[in-house]
Write a protein that binds this ligand. Structure first.
Ligand SMILES: Nc1ncnc2c1ncn2[C@@H]1O[C@H](COP(=O)(O)OP(=O)(O)O)[C@@H](O)[C@H]1O
Ligand SMILES: [Mg+2]
Length: 487
C-alpha cells in the first residue's frame, strides 16, 4: 500500500496532521471542559440566589415547612434541578426528590466569586445514586468567617454531575466535523506537495530507463536548487558524460577500422596479385613482401599505441618516480631522432641550463620528447630549424596551472621544455583538437602517422602531474611546451 514514495509522503504528512489534530483537540477539550464547568456552576448560582432569598422570606414569615417544601418542589420541577435543605451539621433535611433526606452532604470543595456573591460548590456521591454537583450561595448579609450561612437551613441546588462535566461534549460533534474537514483539506494539499516532489524523481527514473535501453541523449528540466533539483542536475551531467563516452567509443571503433582498412587492402591486393600471377619475377616478389611487411608493421604500431593509450588511461601503467636530470634526458632523445633529422637535412639545436631534477619515469618521458621531436622533424621544410630548450618556469603556468596565481606558487618550481620548429603552421581550429586520438591536421598526408602520438604525449605528461600546450604561428612556426613539476 505504501510502496511508492508518493504514498509514503502522503502517509507521513497525514500522520503529522492527525497528531497535530489530536494534540490540539485534546488541549482544547481540556480547556473547554473547565470553561463549560464554570458556565454550568454560574448558571446554578444564578438560580440559587433568588431561591435562597425566597427561602429566607418564608422562614422569616414562619411559613410551615411543608409549604416551603412544596414551593421548592415546584421550582425544582420547573428548573429541572434538585433543591436540598441542609442543616448546620450538613445533614440533608429535605430533598425535592425525597431520596436523599437524612444523608450527610460533604463540605463544598470549591469557592468562587460570582457577581460579587461567594459561591460554594462541590461534588457529592450519594448512596445508590449517580454523583451530583451541588452549589450553595452565601448572600452578603448571611456571611461570617466561621460558617458561610447562619440561617437554620442552607439551600443547596444540585444537578447530576454528568450534566455539568459533560457539557463540553455538546461541542464535540462540531469539533470532530471541523477536524475531519481539516484532515481532508490538508491531505489533499499534502498530495499536491508530494506530487511536486515525486514528479522530478519519476522523470529521473524514466530517463534512466531510456538510457538503459541505449538512448543516451537524455535531459531533465531542472527546477530549483534543492536536493531534487540537484538530483536532476547531476543526472544531466551524468547523461552528458555517458553520451560523450558512447560517442567517443563509436568514434574510436570507426577510427580504428578506418586506419586498419588501408594496410589490409594493400596486403590483400598483393596477396591476390601473387595468387593470380600478376607478380612473377623474384624482384616483384621481394617488393611485395617488403610492402606487406611495412603495412603489417604499421598495423602493429597502431595496435601497440592503442593498447598503450588504454593502459595509461585505465591507470594500469605505473609511473616510476626517479630523479632525472632533464638536460641529459633531452640529449638522449635528440640523439635518437638525429638520423631522421640528418636524412631531412636538419640539425637539432638543444639549449639547456642548470635545472632542478624532476621525479619521473625515464622511459616514458623519453617517449614524450621523441614523439614531439619526430613530429617537429617531419613537419619542418628543408632549410628550417628544430630547437629544444628547457628552463625553469615562473610565469607561464601562473594563470592556468593547478596552483593559481603568484601568491600560491610557493611549492617547487615548474620545468618547461619547448620543442620548436620553423615552417609549419597549425590553424587555430585544429590546434585545440590536436591532442585527440587519431586527430590529424592533414589526414591525406602520406606519412606513417596515425594521429595517436600526441594523445600518448598528453596522457604521459598528465600521469606525471604535468601539462602540455601548443602554439603555432605562420611566421614563427610551431612550439610544443611540456611543463613538469620539479622534484
Ligand atoms: N610540429 C608540428 N607542426 C605541424 N603540425 C604538427 C606538428 N606536430 C604535430 N602536428 C599535427 O598534429 C597531428 C597529430 O600528431 P600526432 O598525434 O603525433 O600524430 P601523427 O604524428 O601520427 O600524425 C599530426 O598529424 C600533424 O598534423
Ligand atoms: Mg607523431
Amino acid at each position: 500500500m505504501f510502496g511508492s514514495l508518493r504514498s509514503k509522503l502522503i502517509a507521513s504528512y497525514a500522520a503529522v496532521i492527525i497528531l497535530c489534530l489530536v494534540l490540539a483537540g485534546s488541549g482544547s477539550a481540556y480547556l473547554l471542559r473547565a470553561y463549560q464547568t464554570q458556565l454550568a456552576i454560574n448558571r446554578l448560582a444564578d438560580l440559587a440566589v433568588p431561591l435562597t432569598i425566597t427561602l429566607r422570606r418564608y422562614e422569616r414569615a414562619n411559613v410551615p415547612r411543608v409549604d416551603v417544601q412544596q414551593v421548592m418542589k415546584d421550582y425544582a420541577n420547573q428548573l429541572d434541578l434538585r433543591i436540598l435543605l441542609v442543616d448546620s451539621h450538613g445533614q440533608i433535611v429535605s430533598d425535592t426528590n425525597g431520596t436523599l433526606t437524612g444523608q450527610q452532604l460533604p463540605a463544598p470543595a470549591y469557592r468562587r466569586q460570582h457577581l460579587g456573591i461567594p459561591v460554594f460548590w462541590g461534588s457529592f456521591e450519594p448512596e445508590h445514586e449517580a454523583p451530583l454537583t451541588f452549589v450553595v450561595v452565601g448572600l452578603p448579609m448571611e456571611r461570617t468567617a466561621a460558617r458561610p450561612i447562619l440561617y437554620d437551613y442552607d439551600l443547596v441546588v444540585a444537578v447530576p454531575e454528568q450534566s455539568v462535566t459533560g457539557a463540553w461534549m455538546e461541542l464535540a460533534p462540531g469539533l470532530a466535523a471541523a477536524a475531519v474537514l481539516a484532515l481532508i483539506i490538508s491531505v489533499a494539499v499534502a498530495a499536491l506537495l508530494a506530487r511536486s516532489i515525486v514528479r522530478p524523481i519519476a522523470q529521473v527514473i524514466h530517463a534512466s530507463e531510456r538510457m538503459a535501453r541505449g538512448d543516451f541523449e537524455q535531459y531533465i528540466t531542472v527546477n530549483g536548487h534543492d536536493e531534487v533539483g540537484q538530483l536532476a542536475t547531476s543526472f544531466n551531467t551524468m547523461a552528458r558524460e555517458v553520451g560523450r563516452m558512447n560517442r567517443a567509443m563509436r568514434d574510436l571503433l570507426a577510427n580504428v577500422s578506418h586506419e586498419l582498412r588501408t594496410p589490409l587492402t594493400s596486403i590483400e591486393g598483393f596477396a591476390q596479385a601473387m595468387v593470380d600471377g600478376t607478380i612473377r619475377t623474384p624482384e616483384e616478389y621481394a617488393d611485395a613482401a617488403r610492402i606487406i611487411g611495412e603495412e603489417a608493421a604499421r598495423m602493429h604500431r597502431l595496435v601497440e599505441d592503442l593498447l598503450y593509450l588504454s593502459k595509461i588511461e585505465s591507470g594500469q601503467i605505473t609511473i616510476e618516480q626517479k630523479r632525472l636530470d632533464v638536460p641529459s634526458l633531452l640529449e638522449a632523445c635528440v640523439r635518437q631522432v638525429q638520423p631522421i633529422a640528418a636524412r631531412a637535412g636538419l640539425a637539432i639545436e638543444l639549449r639547456t641550463g642548470d635545472l632542478p631534477a624532476v621525479l619521473a619515469d625515464e622511459h616514458r618521458l623519453q617517449q614524450v620528447f621523441v614523439n614531439l621531436l619526430d613530429n617537429a622533424v617531419k613537419h619542418t621544410p628543408a632549410g628550417g630549424r628544430v630547437q629544444v630548450q628547457a628552463y625553469v618556469d615562473g610565469v607561464a603556468l601562473a594563470s592556468d596551472s593547478p596552483r593559481h596565481g603568484a601568491a600560491h606558487r610557493a611549492g617547487p618550481p615548474w620545468i618547461a621544455v619547448e620543442v620548436h620548429n620553423t615552417g609549419s603552421f597549425i590553424p587555430p581550429e585544429h590546434l585545440q583538437r590536436i591532442f585527440e586520438r587519431f586527430y590529424r591536421v592533414e589526414p591525406w598526408r602520406p606519412d606513417d602517422g596515425s594521429g595517436l602520438g600526441l594523445a600518448i604525449v598528453k596522457e604521459i605528461v598528465q600521469a606525471h602531474r604535468g601539462k602540455v600546450s601548443v602554439k603555432s604561428d605562420p611566421a614563427e612556426g610551431t612550439t610544443f611546451i611540456v611543463y613538469l613539476p620539479a622534484a
